[in-house]
Design a protein. Structure first.
Length: 97
């Protein structure tokens, strides 16, 4: 059985605007963002590209990690993304493979 909760970062483009969130269903949540149902912020700034994600066993752990990342400097978030995804590929395309 896979992870129960996820922390994720969306980007509008490489080095663009970021959005960080957590969810218990990563594929559904990213699909909602892409359909304009995720959040007002992601819809307004067209932030749909899943560029980073991390599994967690509990909602509390995922939420704590989300809040930690949200407080980070922009450069730290970029390093986090580029460590896992140096080309800033849209990882949503790999979720159901």
């Amino acid at each position: 059985m896979g992870p129960k909760f996820w922390v994720y970062v969306l980007a509008s483009q490489k080095h663009g605007t970021f959005y960080c969130g957590h969810t218990d269903d990563l594929a559904r949540r990213i699909f909602d963002h892409r359909e304009g149902r995720g959040s007002v912020f992601t819809r307004k700034y067209r932030i749909y590209r899943l560029v980073w994600c991390e599994p967690h066993e509990t909602r509390e752990a995922a939420k704590a990690r989300e809040y930690q990342i949200k407080k980070w400097k922009r450069a730290w978030k970029i390093r986090l993304i580029e460590h896992m995804n140096p080309d800033w590929d849209d990882l949503f395309l790999r979720l159901n493979q």
